[in-house]
Design a protein around this ligand. Structure first.
Ligand code: COA
Length: 343
């Protein structure tokens, strides 16, 4: 019997990528600019992370604003003006409550469709894709707008050189539609995982019910993002590598047949280590973090769009997406790149 999770299953139903849109706020922040107020240097940031610059919003711009821009561009790229659901991945929602997605759906004029947020930090976009694929495969929706959007600049401790140099703001979105597994753009499978034992490696300690339950007074500094960089680095390599490997095995794709590895853009050394782990040539790893930094849930669609614009992602190529972040949470998916016009 054909394994229903492999492309050999042919005409089985699948969620298919139809459009891609991205948005970056206008202000680029260089390493030099950060070096003027932090004990760091362009040389350290470039050699240890690969990042040259990132984009940060100006005061007054929130995550939802970026999500609306990217969402509108994805709808245009897909040539559609309506969807049946909106799934938004973010670590930096407009408010702790309610979710940001309903506001985004309203601003996009999408009517009273189901709209909700997914919280899986830097793995958020892959989790949101899996979630949207589930809506499509269960018949809840025929077409879903999936957005990853972040404004990390608002949660970074401006005095912490371990985090302030790494993260950027931005948004990316895709339109998924009901189709068949043998069409280009079909999401061919998912591998997802988490490890809550290590939830403290990446955390915003305050502002949630854990702090309130502890009876601790609220301190605004507890709402800054914290990360144990070295341990996160090691976990990122292992989890993205193992998750990708498990998915490739299930799909029957030898790693040598992967044309593009689009990993979460955290650190160029992490991306190269994941490529090495999978025995995929490093040149096949898409890298755009030099331009945008780590944009967390927006990172995968921004990398896809930059690769397509550079001619590094072409119709018919096998693409592996993999992401890792706080939770810990990680996930991978794969597709054959479709003939779409990113916007
Ligand atoms: N500028 C200059 N020096 C810095 C610095 C900065 N911006 N940030 C850290 N350092 C210093 C450290 O204080 C340390 O100094 P010490 O040896 O005197 O204590 C030294 O550089 C080495 O720090 P270390 O943390 O060991 O560096 P690293 O090579 O592991 O690189 C990260 C640090 C954060 C770049 C790296 O661990 C990383 O990329 N981790 C994953 C990051 C990520 O993107 N996570 C998001 C979710 S996936």
């Amino acid at each position: 019997m054909t394994d229903p999770r492999t492309p050999e299953a042919g005409a089985r139903p699948a969620a298919v990528l139809k459009g891609l849109g991205t948005y970056l706020p206008p202000r680029a922040v260089s390493n030099e600019e950060l070096s003027q107020r932090l004990d760091t240097s362009d040389e350290w940031i470039r050699t240890r992370t690969g990042i040259r610059q990132r984009y940060w919003v100006e005061p007054g711009t929130a995550t939802g604003d970026l999500a609306v821009e990217a969402g509108a561009r994805a709808l245009k790229s897909a040539g559609v003006d309506g969807v049946d659901a909106v799934v938004l991945a973010t670590t930096t929602p407009d408010h702790p409550c309610p979710a940001t997605a309903p506001w985004v759906a309203a601003r996009l004029g999408l009517g009273h469709v189901p709209a909700y947020d997914v919280a899986a930090v830097c793995a958020g976009f892959v989790y949101a894709l899996a979630n949207a694929a589930g809506l499509i495969l269960t018949g809840v929706a025929r077409r879903v707008l999936v957005i990853g959007a972040e404004t990390y600049s608002g949660i970074l401790d401006p005095t912490d050189r371990n985090t302030a140099v790494i993260f950027g703001d931005g948004a990316g979105a895709v339109v998924l539609e009901a189709g068949r597994a043998d069409e280009p753009g079909a999401l061919l499978g998912f591998d997802l995982g988490s490890d809550g034992e290590q939830h403290d490696l990446i955390t915003i300690p305050g502002g949630g019910s854990r702090q309130r339950a502890g009876g601790n007074p609220f301190d605004s500094e507890d709402c800054y993002f914290t990360m144990q960089g070295k341990r996160v680095f090691a976990q990122a390599v292992t989890r993205m590598g193992d998750s990708s490997g498990a998915l490739l095995e299930r799909l029957g794709w030898p790693s040598a047949t992967v044309d593009r590895l689009v990993g979460h853009q955290a650190n160029v050394r992490i991306l190269h280590a994941v490529a090495d782990h999978l025995e995929i040539a490093r040149e096949r790893a898409v890298v755009n973090l030099d331009r945008v930094g780590n944009t967390s849930a927006a990172s995968i669609p921004l990398a896809l769009a930059d690769a397509a614009a550079a001619g590094d992602l072409n119709p018919g190529e096998r693409v592996l997406l993999t992401a890792f972040g706080g939770g810990l949470a990680w996930g991978s998916t794969a597709l054959v790149w479709p003939d779409i016009a990113p916007n």
